[in-house]
Design a protein around this ligand. Structure first.
Ligand SMILES: Cc1cc2nc3c(=O)[nH]c(=O)nc-3n(C[C@H](O)[C@H](O)[C@H](O)COP(=O)(O)O)c2cc1C
Length: 189
């Protein structure tokens, strides 16, 4: 069976929802920046922007605004699920990368690929990560414009996805694999 460091990182990555709040080193942050910027994009346009937020007060402000929107929307199921996982949107991670993009058809794909680059790079360094779409409740809410400025989205960009990263303070089972979701058309080897 073929095995190597990349396949191991892909296999072992989990969505981590509890972190050691200790800050990441400059070296770790540099490696994550490199991984983000190495992501492929449609027509190599590289329209994404990555806000690497390590200021706990800013991370908390985005989380609080998201929870506020959920309360306003009466989304008790989401609030209950988050309460079971510690209460906030970002699980006390010392780094949250916010990916923003202009209004463009490839925003989801380009940011999704970059988010997975970040998650796999984190895994390869012994760090955990969680891709977090629920942050949209912060940027879609009443304070969206103010928060977009706070995390430094460029003019004309809006939030797409966030990735929390930090030293994991928990473990998690792999999600179930479903080989029946794969079809071969033609010889298999
Ligand atoms: C596009 C996307 C959005 C996600 N949003 C959230 C989120 O807002 N909060 C969260 O805790 N996990 C979120 N996740 C993590 C998924 O719940 C997780 O990937 C899934 O349960 C499989 O578990 P695994 O990542 O450990 O394999 C998201 C994952 C993806 C790909």
């Amino acid at each position: 069976m073929i095995d190597n460091a990349v396949l191991q990182a892909i296999r072992d990555r989990r969505s981590i929802r509890k972190y050691d709040p200790a800050p990441l080193s400059a070296e770790q942050l540099d490696a994550l920046v490199e991984a983000a910027l190495a992501a492929p994009t449609a027509r190599d346009r590289q329209l994404w922007h990555f806000s690497f937020v390590t200021d706990p007060a800013v991370i908390a402000a985005v989380s609080d605004a998201g929870l506020e929107t959920l309360r306003k929307n009466g989304d008790q199921a989401s609030l209950d699920r988050l309460a079971q996982r510690g209460g906030g949107l970002f699980y006390e991670a010392p780094l949250v990368v916010f990916l923003s993009f202009p209004d463009d058809g490839y925003r989801g794909l380009d940011c999704g690929i970059a988010a997975e680059n970040l998650a796999l790079a984190a895994q390869s360094m012994g760090l955990g990560s969680c891709i977090i779409a629920m942050a949209r409740f912060a940027f879609d809410g009443d304070r969206g414009a103010e928060l977009s400025r706070l995390v430094g989205f460029p003019e004309g960009h809006s939030f797409v996805i966030a990735v929390a990263v930090g030293a994991p303070a928990t473990t998690k089972e792999a999600h179930p694999r479903h080989p029946e979701k794969v079809a071969f058309v033609g010889p298999r080897g």
